[in-house]
Design a protein around this ligand. Sequence first.
Ligand code: FAD
Ligand code: NAD
Length: 467
Amino acid sequence: MQYDVVVIGSGPGGYVAAIRCGQLGLKTAIIEKYSTLGGTCLNVGCIPSKALLDSSEHYHNANKHFAEHGINLSNLKVDLKQMIKRKNGVVEQTTGGITFLMKKNKVTTYQGVGSFVDKNTIKITKDDKTTEEITTKNVIIATGSKPASLPFITIDKKRIITSTEALNLTEVPKHLVLIGGGVIGLELGSVYARLGAKVTVIEYLDSIIPTMDKGLGKELQKSLKNLGFEFLLSHKVTGASVKGKTVTVTAEDTKGNPVKVEGDYCLVAVGRTAYTEGLNLDAVGIKLEERGKKVPVNEHLETPVAGIYAIGDVIRGAMLAHKAEEEGVYVAELIAGQKPHINYNLIPGVVYTWPEVASVGATEEQLKNDGIKYKAGSFPFKASGRARASMDTEGFVKVLADAGTDEILGVHMIGPRVADMIAEAVVGMEYRASAEDIARICHAHPTFTESFKEAALAATGNRAIHI
Ligand code: FAD
Ligand code: NAD
């Protein structure tokens, strides 16, 4: 079979690329080694983690906050089996939706491992080891990533686990030890903390979510402490071992003093690594980048071999589903002869804890490092009527604007529903809005979004109305 485009990998990068190729009239195939489409994000990432975050948040609210709302419950219990079953149902529905979209867009789906025979020939090896070859003018590598570990830790997938196993536990841990205070650790740690686990975070750097604006990590740490998290920051993990049902994690503080933490589960969440196993890149002469072992691409997401492109987690940049999706559309349109564009500065980052955390553009630390003069305006949710009504008063919105031109350079939020609120900042910044522009736009009352307007007012010279 001869195709215009063969996509290897069906995560949000690959399946979106395939749909866009189909829409553009390109004869397209997608190869996925697993039996369901959707990749990490739909099967063991974004979607199942958000399903569990929502369920556990309902329980937490019922347990801790309903009484204050005047709703009294008795015999409240967690049915983890049902929670996981519902999560699996959400995953099934979502991955099934991708199968439908492939058919709708006339994309042929192959199940098996895709590997290069040469730049125009891809071999598909099925589970039963039978093979089939297809030929193509273009290939999009979208093989994603897998959990990283530490060289001295063996992940037994029972007690020392990755995010994949953490999404399918059969009991609520008594004490979950998290290695890594990044996005995965804090999201999945929140799920189990809300369900009653003690959670200890051991983080190498001096703050949690260390790549985001420092103010956000500090604020989130306060909220998570209230939820029962403990933090060992600036601690280097040195080992983890299992004996019976006990996991012992060892670490060192900055002075080299040893620390030992015992729990019943340990989640290793120290990042993810690009996944290229089985692709047989040697056949086409593509050498992985030294740092991160990622597939090298130029500014058009083309590898050193013409006609072979790569997108998503397997290449440089943020490991985010929406980044992969943008790149999928970009490459499809490029192959179809269009001139697409991605603004990498405006890819938002979101952490789905409660309060949620969301960010776009430059952090205060980056602006300081780059010597850019800026003004900052903040607005706390405790001053928002909407937030008081829903008892979600933790957090703030911070707007950073150029000191001279007033152009918004960065927006950092922690609070209720900021995962959705950040979209307004992205739109504004895409159109190069000034803080004054946002300050003069009418926001419905009472909404959480008013806090963005108030922060913009604060950034333009202390004009916030409600503080
Ligand atoms: P992937 O989704 O990893 O898909 C790659 C696919 O390629 C896989 O299905 C794999 O089986 C397949 N494959 C690999 N090699 C081959 C081969 N040789 N032949 C055939 N198939 C192959 N991001 C967000 O933006 N928001 C979130 O809320 C979020 N939450 C997350 C929560 C967790 C627990 C995790 C682990 C990740 C989360 N992410 C989130 C990150 C997000 O999942 C990834 O950034 C995204 O899935 C990357 O998409 P991708 O298409 O590049 O690769
Ligand atoms: P991460 O990079 O977000 O966090 C890893 C953390 O582990 C960092 O804070 C790092 O300093 C720390 N660390 C590294 N080595 C350590 C050590 N030896 N001891 C202690 N701490 C150590 O990675 P993650 O949380 O594993 O997530 C992986 C990827 O998945 C991320 O790139 C993220 O973008 C993506 N993801 C995104 C979302 C979302 O968008 N909401 C959710 C989950 C995952």
